[in-house]
Unconditional design. Structure first.
Ligand code: MTE
Ligand code: MO
Length: 251
């Protein structure tokens, strides 16, 4: 019986432990509040508070280097593709656009732009893909697209110098929407300069005449209505990155 005595705690010791527990609890709350206030005082960098942007950048370099480029997005049978494809986002798709006079502006370097017609693009080898298109807003849809892979396009147009750059940039004709894509993702075998949806020409609000389909990335990177395409070692401007989203936006 006397052995148990040492496990019992006196009321005085208990009070002391309780006080210490509460003190630790309050100190932690104060620390969280101070950390939060500190975070709020930090400058913004590309739409995100600087320390948070640092974490995003770190995630990007880590995941970007180890995952995305060598894996293939899962593909589906034709009958899995939805007939009513959702239309989401119309930034850079102003009404004054004239599809009849559209040509792709391929900017090889500054001052060296080649204009390419839709027929010329359609004459290149065609690739189709049926995959689960994912939007960061939380929805996804199995959809069916067709066009020329950027890799095939680059081969046919002799873009070896251009594709040795780190990034490709895409801009709508009115410059209202723009994305930057790391070259490894651009050259990924499922990345398509796309002109067909469900075996028919793209509807205007899904990006006619030409859009990007890049299954290794979220919807925000699938720019509709490509006006020009350029190459750079610096990150091209990116519409949603400027609003605080992840530049890489990989899946
Ligand atoms: N020009 C342009 N392209 C865009 C957008 C946009 O607002 N403007 N939105 C993007 C987003 S957020 C998504 S989810 C997809 C949707 O493609 P869909 O309308 O063909 O379904 O387009 C992407 N491409
Ligand atoms: Mo999206």
């Amino acid at each position: 019986m006397t052995d148990h005595k040492e496990f019992l705690i006196s009321p005085k010791a208990l009070r002391k432990k309780t006080i210490i527990a509460f003190a630790v609890f309050f100190i932690m709350i104060i620390a969280v509040v101070l950390a939060w206030k500190w975070l709020q005082r930090q400058p913004e960098e590309q739409g995100a508070l600087k320390p948070l942007r640092k974490v995003l950048n770190y995630n990007e370099s880590f995941f970007g280097n180890f995952f995305s480029h060598n894996h293939l997005a899962k593909t589906f049978p034709l009958n899995a593709a939805v007939k009513n494809v959702r239309v989401n986002g119309s930034e850079g798709m102003s009404d004054d656009f004239d599809p009849a006079t559209w040509k792709l502006h391929l900017v090889r370097s500054s001052g060296d732009t080649q204009l390419i017609t839709l027929d010329e693009i359609k004459a290149l080898p065609k690739t189709e893909i049926i995959f689960d298109f994912k939007c960061i807003e939380g929805w996804s849809q199995v959809t069916h697209w067709g066009g020329v892979t950027f890799a095939d396009f680059a081969k046919k147009y002799g873009l070896s110098n251009e594709t040795s750059k780190k990034y490709a940039g895409l801009i709508t004709p009115d410059k209202g929407y723009y994305v930057g894509i790391d070259m490894a993702s651009m050259l990924h075998p499922q990345t398509i300069l796309c002109y067909e949806m469900n075996g028919k020409p793209l509807p205007l609000n899904n990006g006619y005449p030409l859009r990007l389909i890049i299954p290794v990335k979220y919807g925000i990177k699938h720019l509709k209505r490509i006006g020009s395409l350029f190459f750079s070692n610096e990150r091209p401007p990116d519409y949603w990155y400027e609003q605080g989203y992840d530049y890489y936006s990989g899946l």
